[in-house]
Design a protein around this ligand. Structure first.
Ligand code: 5GP
Ligand code: ZN
Length: 112
């Protein structure tokens, strides 16, 4: 989709440090890490946010979660991690291509 940063990362017109890719998803390091290890996992479909998911597009979410553990281990995360989805403006979402933050590399504090 035009003017979507994450679609541009998928098509390669914006460079990224990729950690995992297949036909349905891409994972890359966040440009502004919020934890020692911070990977962003995105579907290869322009779904605006988790709020617009339906039965069909939810399959992307299932796929991303099915790969998260493998991705975490591949970037050296050992003792657990946090997966975060910011949904909508009040949820803290700034890029409107649904994504999941994979955070780890230290003992994370309480959420909120
Ligand atoms: P949100 O705030 O929407 O949940 O998360 C968007 C995330 O995308 C932020 O953590 C931000 O640092 C990251 N981000 C935004 N633009 C880029 C970019 O061009 N490259 C990379 N690697 N990350 C980006
Ligand atoms: Zn997009």
């Amino acid at each position: 989709m035009d003017n979507c940063v994450f679609c541009k990362i998928i098509d390669g017109s914006i460079p990224s440090k990729k950690v995992y890719e297949d036909d349905k998803m891409l994972a890359f390091y966040d440009i502004e890490p919020a934890a020692p290890v911070h990977v962003v996992m995105i579907p290869k479909a322009h779904i605006k946010s988790a709020d617009e998911l339906d039965e069909q597009s939810s399959l992307y979410v299932a796929h991303i979660f099915s790969k998260a553990g493998e991705i975490a281990r591949s970037v050296g995360i050992k003792n657990g991690y946090r997966i975060v989805n910011n949904c909508g403006a009040d949820g803290g979402q700034t890029v409107f291509h649904m994504h999941f933050h994979l955070l780890g590399g230290k003992t994370l504090g309480k959420m909120g």
